[in-house]
Design a protein around this ligand. Sequence first.
Ligand SMILES: [Zn+2]
Length: 282
Amino acid sequence: MATVTFFHAHPDDEAIATGGTMASLADEGHRVVLVTATRGELGEVDEGFLDEGETLAQRREVELADAAGILGAARLAFLGYEDSGMEGEPSAERPGCFATADLDEAAGRLAELLAEEASDVLVVYDEHGGYGHPDHVQVHRVGMAAAERASTPVVYMATMDRDFMTELRRKALETELATEEELEGADTMGEPAARITTEVDVSPWIGTKRAAMAAHASQISEESFFLSMPEDVFAEVWGQEWYIRVRPEPERLGDGVREPGLALDASAAVLGGGSSGVGAGG
Ligand SMILES: [Zn+2]
């Protein structure tokens, strides 16, 4: 059995980006560790949602613990930084926020945890954090540096298939399932399809993933665009999760050849792609 650490920026990112993969690994008996850099202090919340005297960070910590439990995470840890807010906001330059955290110090904190867990696998984000949020970009930097320090054998970047997202956006606009505004940025998310090495079919865990997303009620309400879509559309949109394997370097993946799950140890990962079949050998 392997230990797989998922490193995320804010509470709710784990459910949205990697929830199905986490649930599938936990179901298979692997140890799933969730590390979240911040408590999402700067998220938006509807007036009256919080209890008297309750802060958003407190609520989001509870929501994250619920989601982690739903997804089967064996451990949940915070890296101890504050949410930076959106790019260009003064909040992103404040001391203590994750985006401007000292890289060495932050990577040291994560590396310590990776070593303590003897984590076989680390999952971070792609170079632009999927969509450019400064905390997400920092997850990439800090995660890569920490994996180096801890000599974590297998490293993946969670991402989205940009070509899939662009097509989805086109279909959603055509069928008037969503508005331009709701789909803003969909066509620049993630990475081009050719870079994707790994596509996990999480449809068997789609209910678990949805429940984990719903646990983040302060951020994702049942009326939200994410959760209000019909069940079959939800499964189409959220039924797969994408990764780019960083190491071991995949020799025969990418360009349409994708492995169907995360490789959990480095020696098994060297070949890669053999079982996915899509375009293999071609
Ligand atoms: Zn986030």
